[in-house]
Design a protein around this ligand. Structure first.
Ligand code: PXP
Length: 252
């Protein structure tokens, strides 16, 4: 089964646009927790939220509220820093996805550069696993990054679909799908679970449903955008409808 993780960051982006510094006030809207509860109600499999170092969207109080009040698993996206590890130890999320935030942590395409930063990422992965978090590394669909993720001890790789999502021509899209397939194969060979995310929407999600052995997609912007016109429940249901088309291979 393919799972849908709903990323609620941009609900907070909208709230912060008006209520920066006032996010805990009763009138501060929209509320990421309310969005997450609506997603849960209609069958989303998980909620993802990224506590960025600059706190541009989610705040610590948002993550705490999600952790306390949402029953489906919380996937905390975070930078691989001591500050964020300390926060994760406080809230003990069942899933953590390490993502790059600074220029030097990025590969050219935007995933975490595990190859260059192997020692630090390995240490942080091990620390997070001590609090029983399943650790995912957000990487480009590059077999060499996948190999390094396995060496780092990760449980999961989340394949960055941004280059696929932004491809302008059919041949670029086909090329990107091939890269995703190759990376997913490599991850399976190495015993890693495979997630995918970034830039996926109601149209382009279908195109990657041929990648074998996908376990989860994490989608935010597109669902939240659709929710503005049809409401959160309908927007999540529509995405689940596409996700359920994934029938598949040996590892699903
Ligand atoms: N996965 C990861 C690791 C992310 O950082 C994000 C947010 O950029 C997403 C998935 C969701 O991306 P989007 O909002 O484009 O759906």
């Amino acid at each position: 089964m393919l799972r849908l993780g709903v990323n609620v960051d941009h609900v907070a982006t909208l709230r912060q646009a008006r209520y920066r510094g006032l996010h805990t006030a009763k009138f501060a809207e929209p509320d990421p927790l309310a969005f997450a509860l609506a997603a849960q109600k209609v069958g989303a499999h998980g909620i993802t939220a990224h506590l960025r170092e600059d706190r541009r969207h989610m705040q610590e109080s948002d993550i705490l509220a999600l952790r306390r009040k949402v029953e489906i698993p919380l996937n905390l996206e975070m930078a691989a820093t001591p500050e964020m590890v300390a926060f994760a130890k406080k809230i003990r999320p069942p899933h953590v996805c390490l993502v790059p935030e600074k220029r030097e942590e990025l590969t050219t395409e935007g995933g975490l550069d595990v190859i260059s930063d192997l020692q630090r990422i390995s240490q942080i992965t091990a620390e997070l696993q001590k609090i029983r978090a399943r650790v995912s590394l957000f990487i480009d669909p590059d077999p060499k990054q996948v190999e390094s993720a396995a060496i780092a001890g990760a449980d999961v790789v989340e394949l960055h679909t941004g280059t696929y999502a932004h491809a302008k021509t059919k041949s670029q899209r086909t090329h990107e799908i091939r890269r995703l397939i190759e990376a997913a194969f490599k991850a399976h060979q190495l015993g890693l679970e495979v997630h995918a995310g970034h830039g996926l929407n109601y149209e382009n999600l279908l195109g990657i449903l041929i990648v074998p052995g996908l376990n989860e997609v994490n989608i935010g912007h597109s669902i939240i955008s659709r929710a503005l016109s049809v409401g959160a429940e309908r927007a999540v249901r529509d995405m689940l409808h596409i996700v359920k088309k994934y029938r598949l291979s040996s590892r699903s």
